[in-house]
Design a protein around this ligand. Structure first.
Ligand SMILES: [Zn+2]
Length: 457
C-alpha cells in the first residue's frame, strides 16, 4: 500500500515535469512563391496556444509562442526578400517566446500547424499573401459569403416546404403496404403442369393489388421486387422496413405433390415452425429460395432470427393474425379455400419482428384448373381484390393513430362495464365536448353496450 502511494506520487511528479517541459524553436525557414511568402517555425513539440497577429507603423508580424525557448540565433531573411525585412525575438512572461518579423509592407496572414512527417518534426507555418493573391482571397471570401447567403435562402425555402408537409401530415400519414411478389429472376418458384411459373403469376397479382391500394386515399403500396429479378428473403424484409411499411404481404402460388390439392391459404409466422405437414413442405420450399440465391443462411442466422422473434412484440403477431383472418374471409367469399383457418409456418420472409406480416398462397399452381385461373387476368384481379378488401377492413378497424385513415374513419366504440366518457375521450384522443356533440349526449351518462361514434381526433 505504502509502495503504491509512493509510486503514485512519483508518477504525478513525473507527469508534471513532462508538462512543464518547454518547446524549443530550432529554426525559422523562409519560402516564397508568386502568391505568398511563408515562414516555417521548426519546433520540438506541437505549438499550442500560439498567437499570430500584425501591427503597423512600422508593419510587423508578431508570433507569440507559449512556453517556448530558442536554441540559437534566428536565421535572417535575404536582404532582397519581397516582404521580410528582418527577424528578432524576445522572452515574454518569463517562459513565452515572442518572434517579431519586420515587414516591408502589410500583408494578410494565415497560420497553421503541421505534425511530424518522415523528414520534418513539428512545425508552425505562417503564410503571408502577396497583395494580388490577398485580393483574390478577398474575392474568395466574398464568393463564400454569397454562397452562404444562397444556402440560407434555400434552407429557408426548405423550411417553408417542411411546414407545408407538416400541415398535410396533420391530416394523417399514408398507411404503407409492402407487397412482396414471391420468387423472381433465377428463382422461378413452383411450376404448373403446363409450365406456368409461380414468379410470373404472383407478380401480376401483386401489381394489381398495388394499383388497388394506391387508388385508396391514405394508403400507399410499394413493390418489394419491381421486376423479374431475384431478391434474398432477408433483403425483402429490409426493403419493407426501409419503406416504413405498416404491413408486409408476400404473395405466392405454390405446388403440392398431389395435383388435387387446391384453394387459397393465408399464413402467419409460427414460433415453433410449421404446424402441418403441407405447411412444413411449403416452408421448406420458400426458405430454399435463399439457397437458390447462392447463399446458405445456415443455422446460426436462423437462430438469430429466432432470437429476434422472441424479442418481437406480441402486438405484431396479433396484428398479423387479424390481417390474415380478414384476407382469408375475403378469399372464402370468392371461392375455394384450401384451409379455413389461418395457417402458421416458419417462413423466413415473415420474420419481421416489428411489421405485421402475412403470406398468401393464392392457389395451387400444381392443380390444372387453378393453373388456368392463375393465368387469367380476370382471376388475378379477383385474387388481388380479395387481399385488398381484407387489408382495407383490417386498417379501417386498426389503422395507426397518426394515419389519414385513422383520422377520417367513422370509428365506433361499444361501451364496456366500468368505462367512463372521459376515459373513452382520452383513449381516442378526442375532447369530451366533441364526443357529446357527435353522439347527441346531454349528460356524461353512458350505459354498457351503448355504441358511441368516435369523432375525428
Ligand atoms: Zn412461392
Amino acid at each position: 500500500m505504502f509502495f503504491r502511494l509512493f509510486s503514485l506520487i512519483f508518477l504525478l511528479i513525473a507527469t508534471q515535469t513532462a508538462v512543464a517541459k518547454s518547446t524549443t524553436l530550432e529554426s525559422i525557414r523562409y519560402w516564397t512563391d508568386a502568391t505568398r511568402s511563408r515562414l516555417v517555425f521548426d519546433l520540438t513539440q506541437e505549438a499550442k496556444g500560439q498567437q499570430v497577429f500584425q501591427l503597423d507603423k512600422p508593419n510587423r508580424l508578431v508570433i507569440d509562442l507559449k512556453n517556448t525557448r530558442i536554441s540559437s540565433a534566428l536565421k535572417q531573411p535575404a536582404k532582397d526578400h519581397v516582404l521580410f525585412r528582418s527577424v528578432r525575438s524576445g522572452i515574454r512572461n518569463k517562459t513565452d517566446l515572442r518572434v517579431v518579423v519586420d515587414l516591408k509592407r502589410s500583408a494578410s496572414s494565415d497560420s497553421f500547424t503541421l505534425k511530424p512527417n518522415k523528414k520534418q518534426g513539428h512545425r508552425l507555418v505562417v503564410d503571408l499573401l502577396s497583395p494580388k493573391s490577398a485580393m483574390q482571397a478577398d474575392k474568395k471570401v466574398y464568393k463564400a459569403v454569397a454562397k452562404k447567403t444562397a444556402i440560407a435562402a434555400v434552407k429557408k425555402t426548405a423550411k417553408v416546404e417542411k411546414k407545408a408537409i407538416k400541415s398535410i401530415s396533420q391530416y394523417g400519414r399514408d398507411i404503407i403496404v409492402a407487397i412482396d411478389a414471391g420468387h423472381g429472376g433465377k428463382d422461378p418458384g413452383a411450376h404448373g403442369p403446363k409450365g406456368t411459373q409461380e414468379k410470373k403469376v404472383v407478380f401480376a397479382i401483386a401489381k394489381k393489388l398495388q394499383a388497388l391500394i394506391n387508388k385508396k386515399p391514405g394508403m400507399k403500396a410499394i413493390m418489394v421486387r419491381k421486376g423479374d429479378y431475384f431478391i434474398k428473403l432477408r433483403k425483402r424484409i429490409e426493403i419493407a422496413r426501409a419503406a416504413k411499411a405498416d404491413l408486409f404481404i408476400s404473395i405466392h402460388a405454390d405446388a403440392f405433390k398431389s395435383s388435387k390439392v387446391k384453394g387459397a391459404s393465408v399464413f402467419t409466422l409460427s414460433n415453433r415452425g410449421a404446424s402441418s405437414e403441407a405447411a412444413r413442405w411449403l416452408a421448406r420450399n420458400e426458405n430454399a429460395a435463399d439457397l437458390v440465391g447462392g447463399v446458405n443462411l445456415g443455422d446460426k442466422d436462423d437462430d438469430l432470427a429466432m432470437v429476434l422473434m422472441d424479442l418481437s412484440q406480441t402486438a405484431t403477431k396479433e396484428a398479423s393474425k387479424k390481417v390474415a383472418k380478414k384476407v382469408l374471409n375475403n378469399f372464402g367469399s370468392i371461392g375455394h379455400l384450401h384451409q379455413r383457418h389461418v395457417q402458421k409456418a416458419g417462413f423466413l420472409v415473415l420474420k419481421s419482428p416489428d411489421i405485421p406480416s402475412i403470406l398468401v398462397e393464392t392457389a395451387f399452381i400444381s392443380n390444372p384448373s387453378e393453373e388456368r385461373k392463375l393465368n387469367s387476368a380476370k382471376h388475378q384481379r379477383k385474387m388481388a381484390k380479395a387481399i385488398y378488401k381484407g387489408v382495407l377492413s383490417y386498417f379501417e378497424q386498426y389503422a395507426p393513430a397518426d394515419t389519414y385513415i385513422a383520422r377520417n374513419s367513422n370509428q365506433k366504440h361499444v361501451i364496456a362495464r366500468g368505462e367512463t366518457l372521459s376515459e373513452i375521450a382520452q383513449q381516442y384522443g378526442v375532447s369530451m365536448r366533441s364526443l357529446k356533440i357527435v353522439n347527441a349526449l346531454a349528460t356524461t351518462q353512458i350505459r354498457v353496450g351503448q355504441v358511441l361514434k368516435i369523432p375525428r381526433g
